[in-house]
Ligand binder design. Structure first.
Ligand code: PEP
Length: 252
């Protein structure tokens, strides 16, 4: 099954009005590969601004980096999917490893709850999973990915999977300059897809896009081109740079 190539840009805690304008204008002016979906995720404060200056729609969309399990209430500092809907944002990243291990101790259950809530409210999810270096070294990469996915698999209906893109992001590759090899990424992506097939059936497993994330850049992206189960990238550092266009166009 042909899956539309997907590239997400995670700006993390970076940016300013000026730099976000530069990035969006660059994408608006660039010739981007057709049949490629792009979602830019600036910090929450800049979502409305980014959306207002993004003219490339529908190919380029703006997304959040995180949302909460409730629409409103006494949850200081959180971002509601209702806010996203209000300002016309269709996507959010959830379960990023920095939220799991650095800025918050988000666990698989919470991430599954957030994912279900976002989808129920009409916001699509880039769901991040991936193992730590110690886990890689002890050969439990797939076990970790399965454990991270299981609560979400239990919560989502079959239809909900139309609104999910999985980002496999080995934590040791994020921001380190040490990307997984295309062969290693393909092997894990295939195993994840096989797991989806076992749990959800052939159709969903073939439909869900699985992105690779971890030090993807304008030079290495093209080496993933012939990897059948790598359906795109979630990009951190390089999404802030001109080379992001090369990543978007790496499947041409
Ligand atoms: C990320 O933050 O999701 C990511 C993949 O970061 P980087 O590309 O900088 O490794």
């Amino acid at each position: 099954m042909a899956r539309t190539f997907f590239v997400g840009g995670n700006f993390k805690l970076n940016g300013s009005k000026d730099s976000i304008k530069t990035i969006i204008e660059r994408l608006n002016e660039a010739k981007l590969a057709e049949n490629t979906e792009v979602v830019l995720c600036p910090p929450a404060v800049y979502l409305d601004y980014a959306n207002s200056i993004n003219k490339k729609s529908p190919q380029v969309k703006i997304g959040a980096q995180n949302t909460y399990t409730k629409a409103a209430g006494a949850y200081t500092g959180e971002t509601s999917v209702a806010f996203l809907k209000d300002i016309g944002i269709e996507w959010t990243i959830l379960g990023h490893s920095e939220r799991r291990t650095v800025v918050a101790r988000e666990d698989d259950e919470l991430i599954a709850e957030k994912t279900k809530f976002a989808i129920d409210q009409g916001v699509k999810v880039i769901l991040c999973i991936g193992e730590l270096l110690e886990e890689r070294k002890s050969g439990v990469t797939l076990d970790v990915c399965k454990k991270q996915l299981l609560p979400t698999i239990a919560k989502l209906s079959k239809e909900d999977w139309d609104s999910v893109v999985i980002a496999y992001e080995p934590v040791w590759a994020i921001g380190t300059g040490l990307a997984a090899t295309p062969e290693d990424a393909q092997e894990t992506h295939k195993q994840i897809r096989d797991f989806l097939k076992e749990k959800l059936g052939e159709e969903i497993s073939q439909k869900v896009r699985i992105l690779y994330g971890g030090s993807a850049n304008g030079s290495n992206a093209v080496s993933f081109k012939d990897k059948a189960d790598v359906d795109g990238f979630l990009v951190g550092g390089a999404s802030l740079k001109p080379e992001f266009v090369d990543i978007i166009n790496s499947r041409q």
